[in-house]
Structures are given as structure tokens and as C-alpha cells.
Design a protein around this ligand. Sequence first.
Ligand code: OGA
Ligand code: NI
Length: 378
Amino acid sequence: MNCLHSWPEPIVRVQSLSESGIKKLPHRYIKPPSQRPHHQTRVNSSSSSSQHDDDHDHGSDDTINIPVISLEDVFSEDKALREATMAAISSACREWGFFQVVNHGVRPELMKQARATWREFFGQPAEEKQRYANSPTTYEGYGSRLGVEKGATLDWSDYFFLHYMPPALRNPDKWPSLPSSCRNVIEEYGKEVVSLSGRLMKVLSVNLGLEEDHLLNAFGGENNIGACLRVNFYPKCPQPDLTLGLSSHSDPGGMTLLLPDENVAGLQVRKDNSWITVKPVPNAFIVNLADQIQVLSNATYKSVEHRVIVNSEKDRVSLAFFYNPKSDIIIEPIKQLLTETRPALYTAMTFDEYRLFIRIKGPCGKSQVESLKSALES
Ligand code: OGA
Ligand code: NI
């Protein structure tokens, strides 16, 4: 893959642009009007002459939030309590594909430490971060773009990407040595988040009517799953209405556990035709189902488009932990979930093959999983 050897243009750190005090957004970050945060879909109504009637606001809706679910009782001895939690997760998966979990077993102290450590990392001088500058071959390290298309419009964010699982890909030498707590925090955080993800995979399996280990096995089993961390840094932006911190996409892997910034909102989830701004609750993880779960479940569960908006007042840090299938295992709709009236909707593919798309094209809504639809469904 020649095009993945190097970036097509010199890399500019968004943080350094932000800190330079520019008042105008450089053109590379200006999104076309239809992708901007406040774009409103215009519905053409032929009968009405009133301008106002033509404006249907499909912009952001500030009154609703994604479901919040306590996991306290998910493995309770008490059947009724257990089933109520399972049912809440089931409907969140079907109706939203996005929910927050609390009482999830990851220590709040560790969550706090993880945020603080990574804030400190991004707060360091440019030279210190530059030691970890990444390339599109593996994306590991300090990066500022997703995709290698020359001339693409860029997102207003920097990130650090690393592999946690499988053990063969885990290389702490590629993790920041400073702040000195960083490598330890990654190890501990990874352990607890993998464990929480494993519990959620069991819940999803049972809710789909499968054996509780089915999804984990489909991902290659606990020693083979992939797990990566992307820490996103969204600097203050001089003209936040013209750009996005992260363009609309669905996550390519299995499931994502996002630790959002505790003080600054930014994540938006697409619900029908509106963008819902997620309001994080204290000590919660935001869980979202990703493309491989959509394929395995034959679209009983769908990955959901999301994006990140930025602002001019405060920077924002988020930790996205991606729980993925083993990279060379074939992912296809699970046989037990197929019926005569609902045959396989997607063609089989390894996650490695699948992931190339976003690594080349960058975030493009749900275009990839849609393109996997087999000829059966036109
Ligand atoms: C991601 C992502 C959301 C956020 O990293 O894939 O969607 O709030 N992040 O940073
Ligand atoms: Ni995402």
C-alpha cells in the first residue's frame, strides 16, 4: 500500500495553529456548508410561500440525551433486576446504538487519572510530542489527520493512537514516556476497559439470542481481540461554526468506549435527521456500537454516525477505546441470526481489509458499511 507510507502533505499540528492566536480559520479546515455544525436541512415545500415554513430545523436538539444505564445489576443473582438491565441495554442498542453506562466497574479515580495524564501529554512542548509523530502505515503515535487524500478538508484536532491488544502489537516504547505516569496509566486503564468491554460483549450476545461468548469468539477470543486507544485533543477554534473537530463517521471496529471530557461537550450523535449533543453524566463511559457489530448482527444492531463540534472557549480531551475483532479473522453475519426472509446483508471481510478504507479516505459517514451490502439488498 504505497499511499500509506507517508502523509500527502506536511503535517500541521492543530494545537500549534490554535496557540498561534490566528483569528481566521485556515481554508484547509473550512467544511462545505452542508457539513457545518449549524447546517439546517431545507425541505422544499411547494405549496407554501412563506419563507419560515420552509425552514425545518434538523439541526441540533438540546433537550434530549442518549440513554444512561447503570450496570450495577447486569450480572445480579436477582433475575428481575438482571433482566431489567439487559432489556434497557437491548433497547438502547436497537434504538440508539449509543448509550452511557454508569456503575460499570472501572474505578472513577483511574478515569480521572487517565484524563489528567493525557491532558498533561498534550500540554507539553511541541518537540516532546513530535518524537511520536505518526505515519499512515500504522497510525500509531501522535497524529493530526485521518486519511491520506491529498487536498482533503481537515478536522480540527490532534490525537495519539496506540495499540493495547493483542499483546504482540502492544509496544509501550511507542507510548509517551512523559508524563512519567503515562505508560502505567495506559496499562491499567486498558486492563479495566477491556474487562468492561468483555462484559458488554456478553450482554450483547445474550440479547441477540446467542451463547454469551459468541461475540467474543467471533472476535477471535480474549487473547486475540484487538484493542486500541485514540486520545483526541480538540484545541480552541477561532471559527468553530465553519469546521468540525471530527467529521461524521461510524467507528469501523466492534464497539467503542469513550471517556469524554468532564467539562466540555462536543460529541454529537445522529438520530434520524438531527444531531443530538451528548451530555456526559459524571463517571460514565459512552458506549457505541461500531460497524463490525452491525455486520455480525446482520443489522439487528447498527453502528451510528457521530461527529465532534468544537468551540472558541475551551479545548477538549476525549479517550476513545476501540474494542475490535482480531485483525485477520473473517467477519460476516452470524449464521444463527439469518432466516429465509432475512438473509445475510453483508459480504465477508477481515477487519484489516475493512479498516483500510477509513485509513485512506478518512471519516466518511456510513459510506463504508453501506457499500458492504451484498447484491441481495439493492
Ligand atoms: C472517535 C470519536 C468522539 C469524541 O474517536 O472515533 O468518535 O468525542 N470520538 O472525541
Ligand atoms: Ni468515533
